[in-house]
Design a binder for this molecule. Structure first.
Ligand SMILES: [Zn+2]
Length: 205
């Protein structure tokens, strides 16, 4: 069953719910459908279009917006599924300052990395290797991250999420099974392509 994007009455993204939960909101007139998923759901007595985006009919105050939870899925979304060191498809999580040297598991110390870079780097500092990143890692922000962080994507959600940040993450937006990691996409901003013969050479001379 696909998931459904829920917007507040003010259109700000609130999160992702199951189709079943979304249908209950619609049936109880707590929400209206803004986008259909393109399929029809049949009950014993009626057929309704399956929603893809619903909007609450009454504004819900969200008291506290905590930081985006640091999960593997959210981290890969932030780093576009690419190794921040070489641009290859990311397969692992790297601690920039190694945990063995006191580095913490926080947004500003974790990056997506490929297996080779992670293995090469091991428990060394970037300076030990002469590597550097284009920009220091940071916690993502913006209300769209309530949705991006789940790793669940639907192209119909894009126009509703774009105004709330995380636009980069939707550049190569495509539908995929949310149990998989985000697909690896090129990231010209953050990384530099590896040229033949210089794989894993230092990024700075
Ligand atoms: Zn790499």
């Amino acid at each position: 069953m696909p998931h459904v994007l829920v917007l507040n009455a003010s259109y700000e993204p609130l999160g992702v719910v199951s189709m079943r939960r979304a249908l209950i909101l619609l049936l109880n007139h707590k929400a209206i459908a803004l986008e259909d998923a393109g399929t029809t759901l049949h009950s014993a007595t009626s057929a309704v279009p399956a929603p893809s985006v619903v909007k609450l009919t009454r504004f819900v105050r969200v008291p506290y917006r905590g930081p985006v939870p640091l999960t593997r899925r959210a981290l890969f979304a932030r780093d576009h599924g690419r190794c921040v060191y070489c641009g290859a498809a990311a397969t692992s999580v790297d601690h920039v300052i190694p945990r063995s040297r006191g580095g913490q598991h926080r947004w500003d110390n974790v990056v997506a990395a490929c297996r080779r870079c992670n293995h090469t780097k091991a428990d060394r500092h970037l300076a030990d290797l002469g590597w550097r990143m284009k920009r220091p890692p940071a916690a993502p922000s913006g209300l769209a991250w309530r949705v991006i962080g789940t790793g669940i994507k639907d192209p119909r959600w894009r126009p509703y999420l774009e105004p709330y940040g995380g636009l980069d993450q939707f550049r190569d937006f495509e539908h995929h099974d949310h149990t998989e990691l985000p697909p690896a996409v090129p990231s010209p901003v953050r990384t530099r392509p590896v040229r033949r013969g210089e794989q894993h050479a230092p990024l700075s001379a």
